[in-house]
Design a protein around this ligand. Structure first.
Ligand code: PEP
Ligand code: MG
Length: 274
């Protein structure tokens, strides 16, 4: 699968041989503007992305602003530690209209495949239950016949550690290895001096990924990887060995990664992970 931000990206993903979109980062729909896009504008953008995917699966992540993705007009107070501050779902809890408008727009997208909505920066079960309630309420209002699947990003150690409980509340997981590695190792993902040690193959990160996949498997749901590790040739086989069966990466990496991974068997990957 491909990680995308626009309809142009979606078309490139199809050309590159991606089987769908495993992560649409919607922050880009909100950036380089003076105010948030309205419901109709968002609906048109998401519809264009869906059309460009030509019936392939589409996972749309709700707004993940804050932290390393600041949005000027949202007027966030200066934070001492933005990575640990009001970002992702926390920002949407603080400004519920943002999420409400976005979900309403998404629910109106016409497509044959189910709509898949994913929430970023989850660290507690109540965050998921709040979004589930809101989604159910809006679906009844806006699009009762829309088929929706709700998933969460596993990108905080807390989410990985309560993965069994989260798995009972959602339809799929996608592991954000960029943030999961940053938060597990306490190393800023944007700090060049630490870049060589920001390693997804650190045993602590792998243990959290393994625990997440086990919880998902136990609950009968799928775990994808949408962080940078999915497109990494050294890491991807280990992740497959841990039970991950879906990888989402920039479209430009899809052909190479497909060609390389096809040469490996799952047994080889399991051996590597062990
Ligand atoms: C991640 O954290 O791995 C992820 C995919 O999200 P982002 O890089 O957009 O924070
Ligand atoms: Mg992230």
């Amino acid at each position: 699968n491909a990680n995308i931000t626009s309809a142009e990206d979606a078309a490139a993903a199809v050309l590159a041989g991606a089987e769908g979109c495993g992560l649409m980062r919607t922050e880009f729909v909100f950036m380089e503007r003076r105010q948030p896009p309205g419901q109709e504008e968002q609906r048109r953008i998401y519809q264009a992305v869906s059309d460009a995917l030509e019936g392939r699966p589409m996972v749309v992540r709700t707004l993940d602003a804050g932290g390393d993705k600041p949005i000027a007009y949202l007027d966030q107070p200066v934070e001492e530690n933005p990575a640990l501050g009001i970002r992702g779902i926390r920002l949407c809890q603080q400004s519920p209209e943002l999420l409400r408008t976005q979900l309403q727009a998404l629910l109106q997208v016409e497509r044959a495949e189910p709509l898949q909505v994913m929430i970023p920066m989850i660290s507690a079960i109540d965050e998921v239950l709040q979004v589930r309630n809101l989604l159910d309420e809006l679906k009844a209002e806006v699009a009762p016949s829309c088929e929706v699947r709700l998933g969460v990003m596993i990108e905080t150690p807390a989410a990985a550690l309560i993965a069994d409980r989260l798995a009972a509340a959602v339809d799929f997981f996608s592991i954000g290895t960029n943030d999961l590695t940053q938060y597990t190792l306490c190393m800023d993902r944007g700090e060049p001096a630490l870049a060589s040690r920001l390693d997804v193959l650190h045993p602590a990160v792998l243990a959290l990924i393994e625990q997440t996949v086990k919880a998902a498997t136990g609950a009968g749901i799928e775990t994808a990887i949408c962080g940078g590790a999915a497109g990494d040739m050294l890491a991807a086989p280990v992740l497959l060995g841990l039970g991950v069966r879906e990888l989402s990466m920039p479209a430009s990496l899809v052909p190479r990664q497909k060609a390389r991974l096809r040469r490996l068997s799952i047994e080889q990957c399991s051996g590597l992970a062990a």
